[in-house]
Design a protein. Structure first.
Length: 454
């Protein structure tokens, strides 16, 4: 990082916030020359998952990182050191406006509540978009992003990177090839606990000089800053207005291979049998039941998916399907039940898929001679880069990621109505038997933060 004599770090960051851009010197607006066949890229977000996305996207030799925006300038230091040519902004809107003619594509790696506003603004400027999961905080916004991306013909990709890994590609291939027969049900889970209870802390708190609290709130209703960890940088996942709890955090990952393998459409009903959230936080220990219509890969009847998180346990009869009291001699040790994963139950067998690990088929003796398909992992981020440059297609475009995210977010609505079956009309985007539930499909953005098209 360049040395600025007689300017301490806080003063320097304040200068950045005022100027809007930096590196090599604040205020630099020199246009970037982009050779043919290169992707000019900007990131909204600098730390955490954003840093991971930046590293993976720029690892492609076809990418030039032009600019980065983050409301917390203290989180931009690493990206500045790695990419001194990149201009740094605190306001992503200013970045998109200033760099309009200098960038081709944008990644969105912010808290959930800002995904839709940033992604839509970028797409309306004609930029290709890589957006972290879930695609948006509200189901209505997911639908609008999906429709707009399709209408404009933009290259889109949702950040469920394991979708491109061999372990998930293999699960999709096994189910679709009929190895376990027609699917009857699926059970999916995560032991994460992205929830809490109780009101925000009281007292007086000072917003750090290098942090734009108003910009971090963005579309959300105004409220006071309550310390440096209650919301930012990670605990926003627990809060109703900013994150989507364990389910929204991990559901898009763990639903993905089952959703893809079965070619699912929208569910027709959803029911929560776990605790409801309080006024501020998502609850933990969710159990959510989905009813999906049949597909060519399932039995002819409606099929049930059940999601569990936190301390919720899979039923004994389901665990019995992936348990062997007397395995045959010579078999490798029985895999333990993973902390996160899915069990897919077919008419001819059962598939246990840990999150990010290889599958196992049961009964194991029945599948002793089964040969794993010869598949190779792809690079989820490079796939998007290449598609932006007209080379191939993405595997999780919004046309796929949108319906997947909608299904997940229906569960986030259902938890507000414990022990009630909500009937879902996907084309009409409404619950037909519980009108009050429809109020949670969309929220009104704060004054000054509304984005056209949402």
């Amino acid at each position: 990082m360049p040395y600025f004599p007689e300017i301490d770090r806080r003063s320097f960051l304040q200068t950045l916030a005022t100027a809007g851009v930096t590196l090599p010197f604040a205020g630099c607006q020199t246009p970037v020359a982009t050779p043919r066949g290169r992707l000019r890229y900007a990131s909204v977000g600098a730390g955490g998952m954003a840093a991971f996305d930046i590293d993976n996207i720029v690892s492609s030799p076809k990418v030039d990182l032009i600019a980065v925006a983050d409301v917390d300038l203290s989180r931009t230091q690493d990206v500045q050191e790695k990419h001194p040519q990149a201009r740094i902004y605190q306001d992503w809107r200013e970045m998109l406006e200033t760099e309009q003619d200098n960038i081709d594509a944008v990644s969105v790696s912010t808290p959930d509540h800002m995904h839709a506003a940033v992604a839509m603004e970028a797409m309306q400027r004609g930029k290709h978009v890589y957006c972290q999961k879930p695609l948006a905080h509200e189901l209505h916004d997911v639908r609008r992003l999906t429709e707009y991306g399709r209408r404009r013909g933009l290259v889109t990709q949702m950040g469920i990177q394991v979708h491109s890994e061999r372990v998930y590609l293999e699960a999709v291939e096994v189910v679709r090839s009929g190895v376990i027969g027609k699917v009857k049900a699926a059970h999916l889970w995560s032991d994460k606990k992205w929830g809490a209870a109780g009101a925000p802390p009281s007292g007086k708190f000072t917003v750090p000089d290098d942090f734009d609290w108003d910009g971090w709130l963005g579309v959300a209703a105004d409220r006071k800053f309550v310390g440096d960890t209650y919301y930012h940088p990670g605990n926003w996942r627990r809060r109703l207005d900013f994150g989507t709890g364990t389910f929204g955090d991990m559901g898009c990952h763990i639903f993905d291979p089952v959703f893809a393998a079965l070619g699912l459409t929208a569910p027709i009903a959803v029911r929560s049998e776990g605790p409801a959230p309080d006024d501020w936080n998502w609850a933990i220990n969710a159990r959510i039941r989905y009813t999906f219509p049949p597909t060519p890969y399932t039995v002819p009847e409606n099929i049930e998916f059940v999601w569990y998180d936190g301390d919720q346990k899979l039923p004994a009869e389901v665990l019995a399907l992936v348990t062997e009291e007397n395995p045959e001699p010579g078999m490798r040790p029985l895999p333990r039940i993973p902390e996160q994963g899915s069990i897919i139950i077919g008419t001819e067998g059962v598939l246990l898929l840990p999150h990010y690990r290889p599958l196992t088929l049961f009964p194991r003796a029945q599948f002793r001679d089964w040969t794993r398909p010869d598949l190779k992992s792809g690079h989820h981020w490079h796939e998007w880069v290449d598609a932006c440059l007209g080379e191939g297609e993405t595997s999780t475009p919004f046309d796929y990621a949108g319906p997947l995210t909608e299904a997940v977010l229906l569960g986030c609505v259902a938890v507000r109505f414990p022990d009630q079956t909500l009937e879902w009309d996907a084309p009409g985007m409404q619950f037909t038997n519980k009108p009050t539930a429809n109020t949670y499909l969309r929220s009104e953005p704060r004054e000054g933060w509304k984005v056209k098209g949402l």
